[in-house]
Design a protein. Structure first.
Length: 348
């Protein structure tokens, strides 16, 4: 039975604290309490918790402390956040602010997860964005199960994903086919040429290096002088993007003559090991501002990687050769970045 402890407050009113303890072999294994303004409410809560805690799984959840989804996400960010990508971290932090965060992670079912996805879609989230919520939540639960042995079920998230796909609530991201036109690249070149003298970041060189190297902005800003070989005309992408093995995934990539020429003219700063020692977020922001100023619509810095990949094919390189530049591991991955222009294909 729960113990009810009455207490008179300073204003003369009474409060009642219900204390529930569970013992095992004479040792207290769980202790919790809650205070109410009415004795009947305290008694009712105490009785209900006594019954609930008869379930060993419920007792284990209670002993674990805060088992909300939000608490699990917070733990994951603290433990693994430094190795997570920017979009993944942004999604997880957004989930912490949503009603989903208040659910008990150890008692999750598919119904509230599907309801979460429905709500996200009604709010305007796309099918791929809503799907990412479940993908990253599944990652958090798998980590909690493997690392801490928490009584969670990642399979519930997988079941919810399957149901959401069948309901057409989520899907893979749409293949993006945007390439900058010759005229757009020229306008950007002119714009950066005028501004680079007053800017810390040489955006003209960064933009063209992306076009000729197929590197992401984060990869460009991590490239080290020590990892570049003039003899082989190669560089190394450290911790290259990978769905499972990012840390330590160092990959050597080939450079075109144009890419090497841009790299070779960068000033080497004493004590700075990077070729382009700039913040990748600042690079992306500068490119976005330039497009907005010039009225260039729907063009992202990442589209330059599409442009670079497509140019390599148009120059006559074969799939296995293009992969040495882009570092894609399969044709399925590589073709997402390939949007050929028929008029530009090499004539044999």
């Amino acid at each position: 039975m729960a113990t009810i402890r009455p207490r008179r407050k300073r204003d003369g009113s009474m409060s009642y604290t219900a204390v529930v303890r569970k013992r095992r072999h004479g040792v207290i294994v769980h202790d919790e309490s809650r205070t109410f303004s009415r004795k009947s409410a305290a008694v009712e809560w105490g009785r209900r918790r006594e019954v609930e805690l008869e379930d060993p799984e419920a007792l284990a959840r209670a002993a674990a402390g805060d088992t909300s989804v939000g608490a699990f996400i917070g733990w994951y960010i603290k433990e693994f956040g430094q190795d997570a990508g920017r979009s993944k971290l942004a999604t997880l932090r957004a989930l912490q602010r949503m009603p989903l965060a208040d659910l008990d992670a150890t008692a999750l079912t598919t119904a509230p997860l599907i309801a979460h996805v429905r709500a996200r879609r009604k709010q305007g989230a796309g099918p791929a964005t809503a799907g990412n919520d479940l993908t990253f939540l599944g990652t958090v639960l798998r980590a909690a199960l493997a690392v801490r042995g928490d009584p969670v079920s990642p399979a519930v998230v997988s079941d919810a994903r399957t149901a959401c796909r069948e309901l057409r609530l989520i899907s893979k991201s749409r293949k993006r086919s945007r390439r900058p036109t010759v005229e757009e690249l020229q306008r950007l070149d002119d714009y950066f040429s005028r501004r680079d003298g007053r800017s810390q970041i040489p955006m003209r060189d960064v933009m063209w290096f992306a076009v000729h190297s197929a590197r992401r902005e984060s990869e460009i800003c991590r490239l080290m002088w020590a990892d570049c070989s003039e003899a082989d005309r190669t560089g190394v992408v450290r911790d290259a993007k990978h769905p499972r093995e990012k840390l330590g995934n160092h990959r050597t990539f080939a450079m075109t003559a144009e890419a090497w020429e841009i790299l070779d003219r960068q000033p080497q700063i004493k004590g700075e090991p990077r070729v382009f020692p700039y913040n990748s977020k600042s690079v992306g922001a500068a490119f976005t501002r330039a497009c907005k100023m010039l009225g260039i619509e729907d063009l992202r810095f990442h589209d330059l990687r599409h442009e670079a990949t497509s140019r390599l094919f148009e120059r006559g390189y074969q799939i296995h050769e293009v992969a040495q530049f882009t570092l894609h591991e399969s044709w399925n991955e590589l073709k997402r970045y390939t949007q050929l222009r028929p008029e530009a294909v090499r004539q044999l």
